[in-house]
Design a protein around this ligand. Structure first.
Ligand SMILES: C[S@@+](CC[C@H](N)C(=O)[O-])C[C@H]1O[C@@H](n2cnc3c(N)ncnc32)[C@H](O)[C@@H]1O
Length: 227
């Protein structure tokens, strides 16, 4: 049995990419990923209501990651794994092609200042990596409160229309669960945009798009910064 089975936290130093989902979760249930899971509110809730699915949350900031670990542990949900990781690196090196049913990305940092736009996670590399990770029929779900970033996200998906097609998403969908930020912005009276995109049947490019982009050299990975 894999030593990490039933362990909530994934220590990247104890694994070699890519993941073997069966070994990681101890079953063959479909896998969803949340990038930037923050304090884990959405992840804990969806995992609790979907015991026949597996969920991996990636969070880059140590303080939020620890809160997510504490929350999921407290709730006692066993179909969640958490990793302190960069979402792009996760998709690039750790996720086997066509092995993830849904990607969730809720309230990604909008980086409103123009000089910070390059830090935004929604960019061509993310869409290409997502197309590789999610097989036809899977989904990418995203939400933001930020009007300009919403437009950028729409444009990015439109630019990758061969991979992702928009789908209506009813506000009544029980999977449209609150996140810490959705609650915060709702209380502040901001309009929230929730969208889901269906993975089309177009084959994804097999090579890593990150080779063509600058990797985040500041975030350490198991294989060295900017590996
Ligand atoms: C505005 S918060 C939203 C948190 C949560 N999704 C919610 O809705 O409450 C954005 C989160 O994404 C995390 N984050 C930003 N860039 C990331 C990346 N490249 N990989 C993983 N997490 C990232 C941040 O640390 C932060 O916790």
């Amino acid at each position: 049995m894999d030593p990490d089975q039933n362990r909530l936290e994934i220590d990247p130093f104890r694994h070699q990419p890519p993941f073997d989902w069966r070994a990681l979760f101890g079953n063959d249930h479909p896998v969803d990923i949340e990038i930037g899971c923050g304090k884990g509110r959405f992840l804990a809730a969806i995992a609790e209501r979907s015991p026949a699915r597996n969920f991996l949350g990636a969070e880059r900031a140590a303080r939020f990651y620890r809160k997510a670990v504490a929350r999921v542990r407290h709730r006692g949900v066993r179909n969640v794994r958490l990793m302190r990781a960069d979402g792009l690196d996760l998709l690039d090196r750790w996720v086997p092609p066509a092995s993830v049913q849904r990607i969730h990305l809720y309230f990604p940092d909008p980086w409103p200042k123009k000089r910070h736009h390059k830090r935004r996670i929604v960019r061509p590399a993310l869409l290409q990596l997502a197309a590789r990770a999610v097989p036809p029929g899977g989904e990418f779900r995203v939400a933001t409160d930020h009007p300009e970033y919403r437009q950028v996200i729409r444009e990015q998906f439109a630019a990758h229309a061969e991979f992702f097609a928009p789908r209506p998403w009813s506000a009544e969908d029980p999977e449209r669960l609150p996140t810490s930020y959705s609650e915060k912005w709702q209380r502040a009276g901001r309009a929230l945009w929730w969208a889901r995109y269906h993975r089309t049947s177009a084959p994804a490019r097999p090579t890593s798009p990150l080779d063509a982009f600058q990797r985040d050299a500041t975030f350490p990975t198991a294989h060295g910064a900017g590996d």
